[in-house]
Write a protein that binds this ligand. Structure first.
Ligand code: MF3
Ligand code: CO
Length: 249
């Protein structure tokens, strides 16, 4: 069931999203060679708590941290660790959610640690740009497939591939609500987009093949072929005035 939000609910949700965005920004600014992924998590966690919000991910299906931190060929859901030290040239995906006013804000971005290769930069740029191209399609009267197909085309035209097993999602009082928001699809197909829908759009894009595997830790998702992967996510609202990026600060 897709839950439509009123304007008042959207303004409550916006506050959660601004906190999630602040946590992501603070975490991203701390990404540097020599820093542990646990330190990045701590910065995100502290930002959320000092804002009076709840780290949405912590305890979700037993997940142990406030943020997911995924390096290089890790696609998503990397578990922060004191022993995992960021190196120069790494690309570091940080995904973080905050619950405030009873609503969830969810966002992610991939950050460069020191100088990264031109190909890695292109992967990150393309993934971020594809998110914004997808967001442009999040208009009332459109279809869910307009978003996914736009992201897919943008990335595949540039030689990259779209992860299929994980998708974006509706978001609101719950982190994961209907509908599922794939980063692939067919224009004009899928659920009709309506004012009041709030969705997280989150392309996960690989430099090599689309295949992924899960590590024995039960969380970390890596590319099957060891190629680099990038991830960008915003929580957005579909309104009669077009898409609104709630996790924008
Ligand atoms: N942001 C992720 C998503 O969009 C959720 C992280 S999974 C968790 O689905 F278990 F860590 F919360
Ligand atoms: Co999400």
């Amino acid at each position: 069931m897709i839950v439509l939000k009123t304007t008042r609910e959207l303004s409550l949700m916006k506050e959660a999203c601004v906190i999630a965005a602040g946590a992501l920004k603070a975490a991203g600014e701390a990404v540097e060679p020599g820093v542990s992924t646990e330190e990045i998590n701590r910065i995100a966690h502290n930002f959320i708590v000092k804002s009076g919000a709840i780290p949405t991910f912590k305890g979700y299906n037993g997940y142990p941290a406030a943020a997911c931190i995924s390096i290089n060929d890790e696609v998503i859901h990397g578990i922060p660790s004191k022993k995992r030290i960021i190196k120069a040239g790494d690309i570091v995906s940080v995904d973080v959610g905050a619950t405030f006013n009873g609503y969830v804000g969810d966002n992610a971005a991939t950050f460069a640690a020191g100088d990264i290769s031109p190909e890695a930069q292109r992967l990150c740029d393309t993934t971020r740009e594809s998110l914004y191209e997808g967001i442009k399609m999040a208009v009332a009267g459109g279809r869910l497939g307009d978003i996914g197909s736009t992201i897919q085309r943008y990335c595949e035209e540039r030689g990259f591939s779209v992860v299929r097993e994980f998708t974006g999602h509706g978001v609101g009082k719950q982190m994961h609500e209907d509908p599922s928001v794939p980063n692939f699809g067919t224009p004009g197909r899928g659920v009709r987009l309506l004012p009041g829908m709030t969705i997280a759009i989150e392309p996960m894009i690989n430099m090599g093949g689309a295949g992924i595997r899960q590590l024995p830790d039960g969380w970390t998702i890596k590319t099957k072929d060891g190629s680099l992967s990038a991830h960008f996510e915003h929580t957005i609202a579909i309104t009669s005035n077009g898409p609104v990026i709630l996790t924008k600060i």
